[in-house]
Design a protein around this ligand. Structure first.
Ligand SMILES: Nc1ncnc2c1ncn2[C@@H]1O[C@H](COP(=O)(O)OP(=O)(O)O)[C@@H](O)[C@H]1O
Ligand SMILES: O=P(O)(O)OC[C@H]1O[C@](O)(COP(=O)(O)O)[C@@H](O)[C@@H]1O
Length: 361
């Protein structure tokens, strides 16, 4: 339980400004440790940066939630802009950082680990960076490994995560005990929405104990469904790989009379991978995504469109995102969850291919 004297951090920190400007801020060490000393950012002495006129992010810079606004609208919700600040709250020699990767895999995880290690080492002069093995549980149940630029030199060429990952619950208190026992003061947490919920609770516990420990969440999603950021890492690779599957399906569908190539792609709640791969490939006749409901039978239904395409072309390619049409097939089957409590989806690919086969008999 948080101390009653402290503001609740599980709620967003809201700062109101003039003209309807609202900053949904992130919690910070200075919220609960007053008069923290600051140090000049070591980047200011780095020749690669100091030649550039504006290389620090201003403390008051923010990013609007909505890009498209009406001229009479209030300024609306903003988020604090990420990036290097002129002043930092740790002296490089005192930093003991750790990195953990949690939850599902995504291309680029090793690249992110490498960049944190090399960035801390080369840009900030930080020498102590610990890798936590096997996700959140690894803080108290597994070995750790010290990371330096040499150790991570080639890891970006490998898939997965060299640190390992895990699903299922964890013990927040044990994690913070481990952070405290090891003298860690910067925690870099790479993971998806479940991981970031866990990170918020870890910070809450750190704050409750009054520790000078920073927690940085690095958002991971293969789906690119995070507004505000330009693109999530791994998305481009996923789209690239998806096109290979589409190409193969196209070749096969062209080779047989009345053949349909069906490609199921990732995308639990969003169809960005499916849509981008479809747009790039130009071989897809129909792309089904979770954001856009569809139906099979009757005028305007998928079956009508399939019959039309087969009549015209004698082959077609359908792309379907994993989360599309779930409402059509979930009614009869009891829903289950994975180890982390995420709802397990029904296999829409199998269902739709069986439905099409019945149509074409
Ligand atoms: N609601 C939650 N609150 C706190 N921690 C969570 C929550 N959901 C997941 N976690 C933690 O985050 C880890 C990764 O979550 P998971 O949902 O499997 O992957 P992802 O981060 O990719 O969404 C889990 O192993 C669990 O320890
Ligand atoms: O089978 P899993 O491991 O649950 O992953 C499948 C789902 O997770 C996702 O990859 C999303 O995960 P992330 O956003 O964490 O990358 C969806 O596209 C996909 O539907």
């Amino acid at each position: 339980m948080a101390s009653p004297a402290l503001p609740e951090i599980s709620k967003p920190k809201i700062v109101d400004g003039p003209g309807g400007y609202v900053l949904e801020d992130v919690p910070h060490l200075t919220d609960y440790i007053p008069d923290l000393p600051t140090y000049p950012n070591p980047l200011q002495d780095n020749p690669a940066y100091s030649v550039v006129k504006q290389y620090f992010v201003h403390v008051d810079d923010s990013v609007p939630q909505k890009v498209v606004v009406h001229k009479d609208d209030p300024k609306g919700i903003h988020f604090r802009r990420a990036g290097a600040r002129q002043k930092v709250y740790f002296h490089s020699d005192d930093v003991h950082a750790c990195i953990v990767t949690c939850g599902g895999l995504c291309p680029g995880l090793n690249t992110v680990v490498r960049e944190i290690v090399c960035g801390l080492h080369h840009m900030y002069g930080v020498k102590k960076v610990l890798g936590i093995d096997g996700g959140y549980k690894g803080f108290y149940a597994k070995n750790t490994v010290y990371l330096n630029p040499k150790v991570v030199n080639d890891i970006h060429k490998r898939g997965g995560t060299i640190l390992g990952t895990s699903r299922g619950g964890h013990d927040t208190s044990k994690i913070v005990d481990s952070i405290q026992d090891r003298g860690i003061n910067q925690v870099y947490i790479i993971g998806g929405d479940g991981t970031q919920r866990g990170a918020a609770l870890i910070f809450e516990e750190i704050r409750r104990r009054g520790l000078k420990v920073s927690v940085a969440g690095i958002p991971k999603t293969i789906d690119n469904d995070i507004p505000v950021i330009d693109k999530s890492f791994g998305f481009d690779t996923a789209v690239e790989e998806a096109q290979r599957a589409i190409n193969a399906a196209h070749v096969e569908s062209e080779s047989f009379e009345n053949c349909i190539g069906l490609v199921k792609l990732m995308g639990r709640y969003s169809g960005f991978i499916a849509m981008y791969a479809t747009l790039a490939s130009r071989d897809v006749d129909c792309c089904l995504i979770p954001e856009s409901p569809f139906y099979l039978e009757g005028p305007g239904g998928l079956f009508e469109y399939i019959e039309k395409r087969l009549k015209e072309d004698e082959h077609m390619v359908i792309v379907i995102a994993e989360g599309a049409g779930q409402e059509l097939l979930s009614q009869s089957i009891q829903s289950t969850t994975d180890a982390s409590g995420n709802k397990l989806l029904q296999d829409v690919g199998l269902w739709i291919s069986q439905s099409i086969k019945i149509l074409l008999i």
